[in-house]
Design a protein around this ligand. Structure first.
Ligand code: C5P
Length: 205
């Protein structure tokens, strides 16, 4: 069983995907982490995320970065959003995402293009969204809790810039698959969002 969970930054898709994976006892892959690892590798090398060649060269080293705590920070997220627009970077990361999806009996993957590109044949698809102000509030709270000193306005501006880049890029833009169930978490608690998400999956499988 393959379950695809897509949506913009801080929509709740990661939390929801983890809960669905635990519910069905399936492995979970946060595909954003792969792009963050490529973005952080590019930054560490002093290279330019906008250079497709530099970003592709970083793909081979990304696996080694996946446990790096800096991947959670906004610098890695912003670099990820730039490197992920390069078609050759996406191509380099497709095989390992598909392999994960089809390994022993299935998986839950969350990202931007799981239901549209990585696993269009998924058994269940969710598209998770929330307003940009609410997503920025959640992300800001999370960053402050982790000790970051960053203003709400900066987080909101980052989220809006990321949404724009992710949804307007030519290759695999952020888009709801036609057969994905829509879940708006704007006014839901985490518990309610998880409950709704599992109901929506149950209706599709
Ligand atoms: O989900 P997360 O915020 O960690 O993703 C970081 C960035 O990686 C996103 O802004 C997006 O540009 C990119 N990404 C992507 N495709 C995915 C997952 C993430 O392009 N499947």
């Amino acid at each position: 069983m393959i379950i695809a969970v897509d949506g913009p930054a801080a929509s709740g898709k990661g939390t929801i995907a983890r809960a669905i994976a635990a519910h069905y006892k399936l492995p979970h892959l946060d595909t954003g982490l792969l792009y963050r690892a490529v973005g952080q590798t590019v930054l560490d090398r002093g290279s330019d995320p906008a250079s497709e060649a530099d970003a592709v060269a970083a793909c081979d080293f990304a696996d080694a970065m996946l446990a790096d705590p800096r991947l959670k920070e906004s610098a890695a997220g912003n670099a990820a959003s730039v490197v992920s627009a390069h078609p050759k970077v996406r191509e380099a990361l497709i095989a390992r995402q598909r392999a994960f999806a089809t390994q022993n009996g299935g998986a839950v993957l969350d990202g931007r293009d799981i239901g549209t590109v990585i696993a269009p044949e998924a058994d269940a698809k969710l598209f998770v969204r929330a307003t940009s102000a609410i997503r920025a509030r959640r992300r800001h709270d999370e960053l402050v809790r982790a000790g970051a000193k960053i203003s709400f306005d900066k987080v909101l501006a980052d989220i809006k810039a990321r949404d724009l880049r992710d949804s307007t890029r030519a290759t695999a833009p952020l888009r709801q698959a036609p057969d994905a169930a829509l879940l708006d978490t704007s006014f839901m608690s985490i518990e309610a969002a998880i409950r709704h998400a599992i109901q929506l999956v149950e209706r599709q499988i």
